[in-house]
Design a protein around this ligand. Structure first.
Ligand code: SAH
Ligand code: SF4
Ligand code: F3S
Length: 455
């Protein structure tokens, strides 16, 4: 019987993609997937360090695995991978000896099977945190976890060093993946039947091809747009300070690019943005929003906001509320500031906004955003939108879910063999987080512009 592995994923899309790569490597080494730790010889915890709460999940889980070993008598090889592994390295073992058998950093995952074998053979922890500069990954190994969408990495690491952010320390220098490798990966995804590509990088719009000096992010997306079988292209995240008008004009021309831009604002106060080292102001951010609205009126915007950054006053927070009102985001991820090791803010700025104030601010911000997105979604009632069906609903077996090009979640009745198809859906009800409708084969789409190629 084949040995089994389980990978648990705690982080962002990039972290999830690393899990897909590790799964492929373990399967190549003869392992089979299981969803139960009690059944697995290898348990990989792919960690995130972006906020303290995310890091804490690792320690809780290691405790649970230890109970499984002590009380259940099951003692799998425990691998700690991802951003906490890179950040803490061997000190994880000093903190609590024996909790992990392998610690593999973000740049070393290609060596995972070898490290697991070594730990099994020597019964001693194997640690690999090497910051390899290499961004290659063999084609055909990744075990893509979604039948419809495929992640394709275009940039690894980050050189931006926003003062709150741990990512440059956990994922290393910014490194561009060669255009040829990206296109090969994208074609491979299309050949496997994936319809949507999600391009990944900390700052995707900073892309410059190392193997083609004339190829920037716009030219890369144009090249990807040519690939047959790919119907939708998404990417996250662009940085507000790296937007070019040429890219927005390309979006006007290229229908496969989804009508959605994730534009992390972080704050609406220029003073706080400066302390965050974001290198744009409230004014230039809003100017970008207005340019997008003018050139691409059907594009939905989403954002990330941090409340309670060091020194954030009530007036600064009011600026975040007013920016939120002005930008009219379709959706928002909001976070309470969390002090992270190594960062500039950790070294120089005391975490001085009390927890109760952070809570009050995030509740107020989320209530405002709830009102805004409820109203945006309500306007879709009566419209017919193109929905790419990507999953069966978790709650009802007769219901499917999918997304519009604007990234709005749509639930609809239908059968599971529609997964992967793009269908016109007439919207009947709307809530703050999703909308609901039924397939309408008679209605022409009333969605402003986009008709996906290949429907
Ligand atoms: N590269 C992306 C962000 C990746 S991290 C960008 O620059 O837009 C995802 C989000 O986590 C960030 O946008 C930020 O809102 C949040 N985040 C990062 N560090 C944080 C911290 N120390 N405390 C709270 N939220 C944080
Ligand atoms: Fe972090 Fe800033 Fe880089 Fe985004 S751009 S990953 S927030 S340092
Ligand atoms: Fe992603 Fe978390 Fe690392 S957000 S890059 S897994 S710190």
């Amino acid at each position: 019987m084949a040995r089994k592995y389980l990978i648990e994923t705690y982080g962002c899309q990039m972290n999830a993609h690393d899990s897909e790569r590790m799964a492929g490597l373990l399967e190549q080494a003869g392992y089979e997937a299981t969803s139960d730790a009690a059944d697995a010889e290898v348990v990989v915890i792919n960690t995130c360090s972006v906020r303290e709460h995310a890091e804490d999940k690792l320690y809780t889980r290691l405790g649970e695995l230890r109970v499984l070993a002590q009380e259940g008598g099951h003692n799998p090889i425990v691998v700690v991978a991802g951003c906490v592994a890179q950040q803490e390295g061997g000190s994880l073992l000093k903190r609590s000896p024996g909790v992990a058998d392998v610690i593999v950093g973000t740049q070393a995952i290609k060596r995972l099977p070898m490290l697991v074998e070594r730990a099994m053979a020597t019964r001693r922890p194997a640690i690999d945190l090497d910051p390899f500069e290499d961004v290659t990954f063999p084609l055909g190994i990744t075990r893509r976890s979604d039948p419809v969408k495929a992640y394709v990495t275009i940039i690894e690491g980050c050189n931006e060093f926003c003062s709150f952010c741990v990512v440059p320390y956990t994922r290393g220098n910014e490194r561009m993946r060669p255009k040829a490798d990206i296109l090969a990966d994208a074609r491979d995804a299309a050949a496997s039947g994936r319809k949507e590509l999600q391009l990944l990088g900390q700052i995707v719009n900073h892309y410059e091809a190392p193997d083609d000096p004339s190829c920037d992010f716009t030219a890369l997306v144009e090249a990807i747009h040519e690939i047959d079988g790919i119907e939708r292209i998404r990417f996250s995240s662009p940085h507000p300070r790296h937007f070019s008008r040429a890219f927005l004009e390309a979006m006007q021309r290229l229908p496969k690019i989804c009508r959605h831009l994730h534009l992390p604002a972080q704050s609406g106060s220029s003073q706080i943005l400066q302390a965050m080292r974001r290198r744009y102001s409230r004014e230039s951010y809003l100017e970008l929003v207005h340019t997008i609205r003018e050139l691409l009126p059907d594009v939905a915007l989403s954002t990330d906001i941090i409340v309670g950054f060091p020194g954030e006053t009530d007036a600064d927070f009011e600026d975040t509320l007013s920016l939120t009102r002005e930008a009219q985001f379709h959706s928002m991820f909001s976070f309470k500031y969390s002090q992270r090791p190594n960062t500039l803010a950790d070294k120089r700025m005391p975490d001085d906004v009390p927890e109760s104030v952070k809570t009050r601010r995030i509740v107020e911000l989320q209530a405002l955003q709830h009102t805004i997105q409820s109203a945006i979604n309500a306007r879709t009632v009566g419209q017919t939108v193109q929905v790419m069906v990507d999953a069966a609903s978790r709650r009802l077996d007769t219901e499917l879910s999918g997304r519009t090009s604007q990234n709005v979640v749509v639930n609809l009745p239908g059968s599971a063999d529609w997964i992967g198809r793009t269908v016109p859906v007439r919207i009947e009800r709307a809530g703050p987080h999703s909308i609901w409708g039924q397939v309408s084969l008679t209605d022409a789409p009333t969605e402003p512009t986009l008709q996906n190629a290949g429907n």
